[in-house]
Design a protein around this ligand. Structure first.
Ligand code: SF4
Length: 127
């Protein structure tokens, strides 16, 4: 299994993933990572770089996201709202629940990641 690292905003993406993505490889990896998170509830290291989900993404070039301005902004905002910082260790279920309670339930998804290309799909599921 890949290094147990997760970017904070991916705690939101996991909740709204519906099998769509940037490529077949991305979707396959995302599905496998979600199954791992939900069944194993691992301890994760919070990272501001490429993580288990980025590993399957065609936009990740040598570990750097080509959309890094946006995703770094999403990570910073999720971190502020959920009390996270890079290097911190957190249980998956706690991160997932915190992102839901402090962002989704408070109606802040659009503020956090409203300019993401998947936002229309995710925000419909968040209603
Ligand atoms: S809108 Fe984009 S960043 Fe936000 S949860 Fe959906 S896929 Fe993730």
């Amino acid at each position: 299994m890949l290094k147990p690292e997760l970017r904070p905003h991916h705690a939101l993406c996991v909740r709204f993933f519906r099998g769509l993505g940037y490529s077949d490889g991305f979707c396959c990896n995302m599905t496998a990572v979600i199954a791992h998170l939900m069944t194993e509830d691992p301890l994760l290291t919070v990272t501001d770089g490429a993580d288990m989900i980025c590993a399957g993404c065609p936009n990740s070039i040598s570990g750097t996201c080509t959309g890094s301005e946006k995703v770094s902004r999403y990570d910073r905002r999720v971190s502020e709202l959920c009390g996270l910082s890079p290097g911190m260790t957190v249980r998956w279920s706690e991160l997932y629940a915190a992102a839901y309670a402090r962002i989704v339930q408070k109606g802040l998804l659009t503020e956090v990641c409203g300019d993401c290309s998947w936002h229309d799909i995710c925000s419909q599921s968040a209603l």
